[in-house]
Design a protein around this ligand. Structure first.
Ligand code: ADP
Ligand code: MG
Length: 637
């Protein structure tokens, strides 16, 4: 430490500061404008701290109680000055804050540096660059500061050219707070443009709670008049919005405020469907403002489309499309998160692996699910929400194991009780109607409502008055594969396996008796169909159709195989089981038939009908048509 005759001390930076300075200057060249964000953020913090400290000591305000931030450009001196009337710094403060790095973990951070600028610039995202970013654009930085409560002659000037040392001396400063004066480098003089600085401020600091002022631009007409008035008086105007709406108390925010803010950040002309504004305090501190839109953007189905929340750190805008805070299946949610814990300089890469981000993501997921649940109390609103976003929300059953139950509650679907395609029900509705001892929740997947409604598989259920869920969205196949139960009741496909349920009652006993005498007939049919089916058996589920196709329990559903084939993906070649309804006249006819050619035609026709009834495609439709015609002509002859 050297002290010269004027009382100027020359002090070496702590080693870590020198390292950090070097890193900041050499790795952040592609995003230079952030220095303004960092310095305005510090000024804002300083004002926050004064406001907080003055809560117990109102005299700290003196006669200067309107806290603000000024940004001045001096074209002649080639400087930008960021000044606040906040807490200020004492000599001790400034040595601690601008000469050493107090933050824990800094040493470990610096030890990880590789010297490779690209890798290091990524690493620095974990770490607030803060004040030192001034040296990205300045070759000298002067800080004049006077701590709140100290006298004018107790102010301090700190100065450095960002190398290995800085100087410190006592000065006199009329007003409380801190001026940071940047002597702009020769090749960074674009930052001396009033327009440039204003646009950077509105980009990053709109929602800083304090007004950020700049000198009014005076048009050439006004110039003379004004100059003749008070030449020394500067006229300022507020450049930022100066209102972090989400930081206000809820009681001070109107419904219109919320709606206008939504339109601003979501670029949507419609009102939001519902929103939720929350402040979380404790180990991690953040505020969120989450909106559910009314309408889906046209490209919502595209999973690659940019989405996500606006991220703020301490009310400073950091980035939009921060998609790390919500799972993919909630990608329709709009809004913002303002964190108190993340560093201002956080990068997208770091967000991906940050532990705080993960904690927040889990909490926000639950928050959004309960917001959707709340919306579901309004049936009409929820119907339209479901219509817009249901197929995306459904992805959550597959994607988010831990919230499966809550997502399942939000699902809506048609059932055999729906009076039209538009009448949707929830699992809760279904369970409320379940009669006596029904153990399962029954469902059917099909490619359309029409196919589902007329499926032969429904016959027994319809006759017994047992409700069946009709899943008709492509993604439903995946959904039901990941959802085996709801509130303890098993989800059971009605097209899978043999029906084993006490629901079947008497029919089961009838079947037992007929089994033996049917055997040779079943073998006869199986022989004709040969490699087209896995087996043939008597059906317990048909009342009016002659036959249907069934997949084995645990096997991929026939609907899923159809979907995979249609999208050109490899599907397992699982043969169906043909179930026949022995009470049906057609089957009786087959059993009685003894001419081999006729028998072949009838059996193939019944099999092909079963494929058509489930909305499937025939391998040889031409053969089906000629077979059918031949039999029709025989009948009419
Ligand atoms: P951070 O803001 O993350 O703490 P910075 O490098 O931006 O890191 O700032 C370091 C410290 O310097 C701040 O914590 C604060 O104590 C002090 N400081 C910086 N700018 C100001 C200011 N305008 N007024 C008062 N203190 C300041
Ligand atoms: Mg800072």
């Amino acid at each position: 430490m050297v002290s010269n005759s004027q009382g100027t001390e020359n002090i070496q930076f702590q080693t870590e500061v020198s390292q950090l300075l070097h890193l900041v200057i050499h790795s952040l060249y592609s995003n230079k404008e952030i220095f303004l964000r960092e310095l305005i953020s510090n000024a804002s913090d300083a004002n926050d701290k004064l406001r907080f400290t003055a809560l117990n000591n109102n005299s700290l305000y003196g006669n200067d109680s309107e806290l603000r931030i000024n940004v001045d450009i001096d074209q002649e001196k080639k400087t930008i000055t960021i000044s606040d009337n906040g807490i200020g710094m004492s000599r001790e403060d400034i040595v601690d804050n601008l000469g050493t790095i107090a933050k824990s973990g800094t040493k470990e951070f610096l030890a990880k540096l590789t010297g490779d600028a690209a890798k290091d610039s990524n690493l620095i995202g974990q770490f607030g660059v803060g004040f030192y970013s001034a040296f990205i654009v300045a070759d000298k930085v002067t800080v004049c500061t006077r701590k709140a409560g100290l006298n004018a002659n107790e102010a301090i000037e700190w100065e450095s050219s960002g190398e290995s040392n800085y100087t410190i001396k006592n000065i006199t400063k009329d007003s409380r707070g801190t001026d940071v004066i940047l002597h702009i480098k020769k090749d960074e003089q674009e930052f001396l443009s009033d327009y440039k600085v204003r646009s950077v401020i509105t980009k990053y600091s709109d929602h800083i709670a304090w007004p950020v002022n700049m000198q009014k631009l005076i048009s050439s007409d006004d110039k003379q008049e004004k100059a003749s008035e008070k030449a020394s008086e500067k006229e300022y105007e507020v450049v930022n919005k100066a209102k972090a709406m989400w930081a206000l108390a809820k009681k001070d925010i109107t419904e219109q405020d919320y709606i206008q803010f939504y339109k601003h950040i979501a670029h949507d002309i419609s009102d939001p469907a519902i929103w939720s504004h929350n402040r979380v305090e404790g180990k991690t501190e953040y505020t969120t403002l989450l909106y559910l839109p009314q309408n889906a953007p046209f490209d919502i189905g595209n999973r690659e489309q940019k989405h996500g929340l606006h991220l703020y750190v301490k009310r400073v805008f950091i980035m939009d499309n921060a998609d790390q805070f919500l799972p993919n299946y909630l990608r329709f949610v709009k809004g913002l998160i303002d964190s108190n814990d993340l560093p201002l300089n956080i990068s997208r890469e770091i967000l991906q692996s940050n532990a705080i981000v993960n904690t927040i993501k889990n909490a926000l997921t639950k928050k959004v699910l309960s917001l959707i649940d709340k919306l579901s109390e309004d049936q009409d609103k929820y119907a339209s929400f479901w219509n817009e976003f249901g197929s995306i929300l459904r992805e959550g059953i597959v994607e988010d194991f831990s919230n499966k139950e809550s997502i399942a509650k939000l699902l809506r679907f048609k059932t055999t009780s729906s009076k039209s395609e538009d009448e949707l029900f929830s699992f809760a509705d279904y369970l409320a109607r379940v009669k006596n001892k029904q153990e399962n929740i029954y469902y059917l997947t099909a490619s359309s409502y029409g196919t589902a409604k007329s499926s032969p598989h429904l016959e027994l259920f319809n006759s017994k008055g047992i409700e069946v869920i009709l899943f008709t969205d492509r993604i439903d196949e995946w959904v039901v594969n990941h959802l085996d139960s709801f509130e303890g009741k098993k989800l059971q496909s009605i097209t899978h396996g043999e029906l084993q349920d006490d629901l079947l009652g008497k029919e089961q006993d009838d079947l037992k008796e007929s089994k033996e005498e049917l055997k040779p007939n079943i073998e006869k049919i199986y022989k004709v169909l040969g490699n087209k089916v896995k087996s043939v058996r008597e059906s317990k589920r048909l009342t009016t159709s002659p036959a249907c196709l069934v997949a084995d329990e645990g096997e991929m559903s026939r609907e899923m195989i159809k979907i995979l084939e249609a999208t050109g993906q490899p599907a397992p070649k699982a043969l169906p089981t043909l179930e026949i309804n022995c009470k049906h006249p057609l089957i009786k006819k087959i059993i009685a038939e003894d001419k081999e050619e006729q028998l072949n035609d009838w059996i193939n026709l019944v099999f092909e009908q079963a494929i058509l009834a489930e909305g499937g495609l025939l391998e040889e439709p031409g053969k089906f048509v000629s077979r059918l015609n031949k039999l029709l002509l025989q009948l009419s002859a």
